[in-house]
Write a protein that binds this ligand. Sequence first.
Ligand code: FE2
Ligand code: FE2
Length: 369
Amino acid sequence: MSQQEEQDSQEQDLEDQLELSTNTREILERHNLRPLWEVEDDFGNTIDDLEADIWKWEDIEAAIDGVEDDVPIADLPPGFQRRVAVPINASFGNAISNTIYVGVQTVSPGETAPSHRHGANALRFTIDGSEDMKTVVAGEEFPMEDNDLVTTPQWEWHDHVNDSDETAAWLDVLDLPLVLDSLNARNTFENHELERQPVTKTQGYWASQYGRGRPDEEAKSDGIPGPFEGIREATPPYRFKWSKMVESLHQRADNDEPDPYDGYSLSYVNPATGSPPLFPTMSFRAQLLQEATDAHFHNATEVFFVVEGEGATHVDGEALEWSERDIFVVPPDATHHHEPDGDESILLGMTDRPVFEAMNFYAEASPSS
Ligand SMILES: [Fe+2]
Ligand SMILES: [Fe+2]
């Protein structure tokens, strides 16, 4: 008998000894009560464990091109009205993980993804962009050049306007599954009365409020937007230009030691606080890899987008071989390390770690410790 079988058998013996009288059983059932020893095995088993998986860009690209050809945004039913291909984790069914959602969205030349706002936090990481592809957030147009990251925080109006002559594509990242499925809450949602919200601010306005110079009397005293309450400073609308991020990554690589698990890593900060995480629910890193990292594991989920280069991430002995623009997921507690090919690779790392930290529940270790 294996150790597990022995343990199961002992538990069965214990449950047999704890046989309830018919009368007690009836009382429990009538009032929707169950004894703990009969429900505890259900804990943690209502959804399957996440699986490590990878989505190759050539497959994603074929899918988004097909969807773009078949469905104009204007034909989408009222609601989110976003033309997106969504990587689905086989064990979960509607997103890449049960906390973080990613999707690949396209907007054709001349199209607009209409203005709306919602409780879930979101950002855009540009895949194919240009100066004339704009995400409009809270009255300001934010140009989306390749690899720029634009926040569309909780309850801020946002629409996506393509005034260029090329199809634009980007990664949408939201905490939707955390809100809708894990917390079983509503994603409070509202469509704007106009397809495009009025542009009421000049480009650079939000950076002037939250950049390196900012007003003394900060213009954000109204706190967390919408019907929400919070104890942290709200994340503002903001564009992180990739040209600046990649310059800082190389400064790290030229001067500092790499993190053993994440390479030369820079976290995107909440511009309101100057510290990560970017959102209370999700944290983001740009990671420059020049050599293989050490293996570790942690209870937070990690999702990666390959910004540059090729390599593999080894997850519990399985090699996820990646190249530019692939998307992959590392499940909780899976031992993993990155192994870049060539001189240099850059990953966008996304994690639900802030949720664990908010609960004083984050744990991380390496296999030898
Ligand atoms: Fe949205
Ligand atoms: Fe990790």
